[in-house]
Design a binder for this molecule. Sequence first.
Ligand code: ZN
Length: 301
Amino acid sequence: MTVTLKVTVILNLKLMSWNERYEAVIGLEVHAQLLTDSKAFCSCSTKFGNEPNSNVCPVCLGMPGVLPVLNKNLVEFILKMGLATHCTVAPRSIFARKNYFYPDLPKGYQISQYEEPICANGYVEIELQDGSRKKIGITRIHMEEDAGKSIHDLDVDTLVDVNRCGVPLIEIVSEPDIRTPHEAYQYLYQMKQIVTYLGICDGNMEEGSLRCDANISVRLKGETALGTKTEVKNMNSFRFVEKALEFEINRQIALIEDGGKVVRNIIMGFRARNRRANALQRRSARLSLLSRSGSRARACR
Ligand SMILES: [Zn+2]
């Protein structure tokens, strides 16, 4: 008991001294599933819970010769979001095709935006613990479509439900302006408030309507260069985000203090119960670069 207490006290003192010398640099990518009645490029229903593979058509299955037609409501919803977050709306905006090789994406690509997103250069304001307000920059908000779902937990081989293929999403990318897990929490809370107020997304993180990935690095206070970042993906609750960031920041600082180097990693998932990131699923920087687009799509699920 005494030993545990001593170790805890020493660790806490260590963390306090680190926190005085280091700062974290955090950027968040938030995916919001939109409340349109039909999919992004066809008239299939977006209704959740229908018979598997019933909300599909040649367009969202990517059959040869089909022509995707953009859902007007998707554009209206993202414009609302862009205006609510002080973004500039591009007079011209284009879609891009991102190719994937996944069983739950039969058409083999996702329609997304890359070079010319429809909304960019905005901000939201969050409230800090001392009551002051801080602006968090929004780099871009773009339109894209979701993939289907592989179901592994039934007592048979993996099953595929493609009802979600083509369901509209917006991706909101922040500037790396967030410095603490609490600020990240406040930013996400603000996002949820905005999308639910606008009526464009139900904001439910637990059910996956709002999903969050984070890029995290640390550096000594006063330094301007960015440290090597890691990515934590698939966080599905506000508290998990806060805890996962706390864990990852402390892990990176401890590593640097021990003379090590942060390696560019992707960390999939986070175990809230024991408050540690799922190290089993860390992947190397090389792999992350090779499969970056694929990982991003996975994160949208
Ligand atoms: Zn369809």
